[in-house]
Every structure is written in C-alpha cells, then in structure tokens.
Design a protein around this ligand. Structure first.
Ligand code: SIN
Length: 313
C-alpha cells in the first residue's frame, strides 16, 4: 500500500554509502562521502523511473558531523515534509553518527511522514556493497502509507530513531535496536510490521534557530576504574554547560567523578547520567541527585541535553 503523495526526496550527506576505494576488495581503506546522491540513486536500477528528487545537503564522513550540518539538514527536511506531493524523505548518511542525527531529527521534527536514514557498512566500490539494497529499502519505507516518524533502515530492518544503535564496527549487520526491538522488516519490498511507529512531540525548528556556533557546549564523560573528578572542573572552565556521564552498570559513578559532577550541578551545569553498557537502561533512582537519561545511550543523551539547554528559558 502506498501514499497518494508520490515523491520521495533523497537528501545526501555523505558516508561510506557514498564512499570509494581504489580496489573492490578493500572494505576499510576507502574515503567516505565521494559520490553524489543523484549517482547513488542512478546506480540502483529498480529506482530508475521512480518519482525521486535528489538534493546534496552535505558530503562528509559522519565522524565529522557538526551542529551546522544538523541545523541545515533539519531545515531541508522540514521544507520538503510540508510539500503535499512528498510522501517521505530518505537521508543517506554515514553509519558512525547516524543514530545521533536520527535522534536529533526525531526530537526536533517528530514528523508524521516517514523520514528514513540509511547508510552502508561497505563503500560503493565494494565487491558486495550493501548501500544499493539499503537505499532501495529506505525508499520503499519512505513511500509506505503506514510508515511515520524518524526511522533508520539498514540490513532489511526498520528501527526507531530513539532505539537504533551501531553495535558493530565492521560487520555487515552493524545495527540493532537493543531490547526495544525493531518496528518492521523489509522483505522483498514489502513491510512486515512487528512494532510501533515512533511517538513524541516536536520541539520545532525554532528550538534550533540560534546560529549553531552559539549552541551550548555539551560533553560526554565516562566513569571507569581509576577515574578522576578533576576532568569535570576542567570541562566547565572550557565552557561546558551540560555534561553527560556514561556510568558503570546501572548508571553508577566513581565517587570522585560523582562528587565533582554534584559540585558542577550546584554551580548551574546540567548533568545527565546514563549507562556505558551497550544495552539496557538506568533503572530506578539509584542516584536521585544526578538525573538519569533512562534508556538513552550517551550520544543520544547528549542530544537531549543540548536541546534542553537550547530551549531552556
Ligand atoms: C561515516 O560514518 O561516514 C563513515 C563510516 C560509515 O559510513 O560506515
């Protein structure tokens, strides 16, 4: 079943999906963000003749993603979403920070139409590139009448922005949604829906209207054996207005870090505590003095804190 609005806009931002290597056997020694998004579409025969528009928003290795690109991307996504002829948006992205961009767009736009991020673990020149199939699947999801919200489509799985996570540094099946599970599977172009579509209210573009150079500094710390709380005042002196701390296990912290973070919080710095575990949430109020980010990963908690500071009165 498809939407009446028929156009899918594909926004390119770079990544391995647009990467090239000198040899088709090389899946690591490549340069990300080399091929334009229009060429990525033309490389997939099943997409030729479909109602697609391509727009290059950025061309970078997503390890270098920055706030200015996030701001521009959110603006372009919002622009195309309000067009009645647009069924949905696809964003080609690098795998490395895809989950952060997805969560950022989810919190800012919470769209009713589908906004589908996709990527590849292997460059476009690879003997067995995964990008073309992921792009084809993503376009199919962006056109699907029931799909909504910010999603990530990779390896035949449809993930919610809030749950998706890159869990493998190299393997083809590099993403999962932890214990939340996926929304759907893409099977030969059809969707088998097994979960709920993303929910939540949009903060709106006005939340991120300030020039990105003025966005507050929010840093991530990790609690570990031998941790030293001295890092906290150093970051505050650098101008940090928010600190996310990835705690051990259920969000517990080395006592030196805990004390230093409490001091910073008393001084007006916002602190958010999460777990450094790959799966699970901070459960209960084990440390009511330092607020918990619940099930958010450290990088998504950082987005949450950044937006909280941007929208603070
Ligand atoms: C990137 O994130 O841009 C490079 C790595 C990848 O896409 O897999």
């Amino acid at each position: 079943m498809q939407n009446k609005a028929s156009t899918v806009v594909v926004l390119g931002t770079g990544g391995t999906i647009a990467g090239t290597a000198a040899s088709d056997a090389d899946n690591v020694g490549y340069t990300a963000g080399q091929i334009g998004v229009a060429s990525l579409i033309h490389a997939v025969p099943a997409l030729v003749g479909q109602a697609l528009e391509a727009e290059q928003v950025a061309q970078l290795d997503s390890k270098d993603m920055d706030h200015a690109t996030w701001q521009r991307l959110a603006q372009r996504v919002a622009f195309h979403l309000q067009r009645p002829d647009v069924a949905g948006i696809v964003i080609t992205h690098g795998t490395d920070t895809l989950e952060e961009t997805a969560y950022f767009l989810h919190r800012v736009l919470a769209p009713t139409k589908p906004v589908v991020l996709t990527a590849a673990m292997r460059p476009s020149t690879s003997l067995l590139a995964d990008g073309p199939q992921n792009l084809l699947d993503a376009v199919g999801v962006a056109r699907h009448a029931q799909a909504r919200g910010v999603l990530a489509v990779l390896g035949g799985a449809v993930h919610r922005a809030a749950d998706v996570r890159k869990h493998h540094s190299y393997g083809l099946d590099g993403f999962n949604s932890g214990d939340a599970g996926v929304v759907a599977w893409v099977e030969e172009g059809a969707l088998r829906i097994v979960g709920a579509w993303p929910q939540g209210d949009a903060l709106g573009l006005e939340a991120i209207a300030r020039p990105s150079a003025e966005w507050p500094r929010v840093e991530i710390l990790i609690s570990h054996a031998g941790a030293d709380g001295a890092i906290v005042p150093a970051l505050v002196a650098l101008g940090a207005r928010g600190l996310v701390v990835a705690g051990t296990g259920n969000g517990t912290l080395h006592h030196t870090l805990h004390d230093a973070l409490l001091d910073a919080q008393r001084g007006g710095v916002r602190v958010l505590r999460c777990t450094r575990c790959a799966e699970g949430a901070v459960v209960g109020q084990t440390d009511g003095a330092l607020p918990s980010a619940g099930a958010l990963s450290p990088v998504k908690a950082r987005v949450e804190l950044l937006l909280a500071l941007l929208t603070a009165p």
